[in-house]
Design a protein around this ligand. Sequence first.
Ligand SMILES: [Zn+2]
Length: 336
Amino acid sequence: MASKSELGVLRAPNSDLTIGIDLGGTKVLGVLVSPKGELLDHIRTPTPKGQDAIVECIEDLVSSLVQLGASNYKSNVSALGVGVPGLVTRQGSLNFAANLEAGQNFELKKILEKKFPSMAIAVENDANCAGWAEWKFGAGQGVDDLVVITLGTGVGGSAIVNKNLVIGSQGFALEPGHMVIDPNGPLCNCGRKGCWEKFASGTALKELAKKYALEGKASLVLELANNDPSAITGEHVATALKQSDVQAGNIMNEFSLGVAIGLANLANIFDPEKFIISGGLVQMGDLLLDPVRDWFSNQPLGYNFRNLINIEPAVLGEMAGAWGAADLALTNDDSI
Ligand SMILES: [Zn+2]
């Protein structure tokens, strides 16, 4: 499997800064990173629509961060990494993005190389960037094999295998949210039925709680949502769980089984040292992770004959994608 080595030669001289940008569906986050990998500054702006506007937005962010670097840190910027949502080729073209109005075949890396000829440029999938950051700077430090899963609106992920980020032959590896766990399950946006994200995402938790409420099995959760089933959110479930509500416990029990099934599938493939869970749902902490751990413990193949794989929350929060993108821009790999 193709990978990007952590042992890449640094292109940037040691005193130079790096910029990382996380291009999200609603906001663009730019960070300035020190030569030692520390976050120095960040700027946030809404995501515009269309390729030209996105490029312009990135140029503005880069120019502001370059100025910040010169005035506050007396340093140049010589590398730029951008994390983008969707299918990103090894050549840094965004072929398809469901949550971004950027058309198709957006050759972002090529465009940025022309705009910033003095900088090393990387364009990577955003989940890969975030996972890389958790491994390098966050909850995954010190392990050789790691799987990072993001439970948000959908389910994303990345894997580090023997200290290398798994990219795939085209760049499209690790889309665990679209691993089918029930062929008779609900229809996914991708066109298949029963994808993992239909059971393990924040959206899935909301849908499950709504179903329980409509069946009269979630009184407190429904009450917290002002008796409007369609207004139920994960936070309502979390609030009810904190009050030891049995019905909310039933919802979380069913939901966490769905999360655990996918993790066990990934454990059978990657045998990671640990799983790190990021994304909006991880704010629930052990209310979510403890039942997931319980379900997961006896699912991986030969669970009695292997070490239990720890499931831990991510620690870098929303900066992870931009931070990881900046670091990946320092990795010299001409095949990407
Ligand atoms: Zn799918």
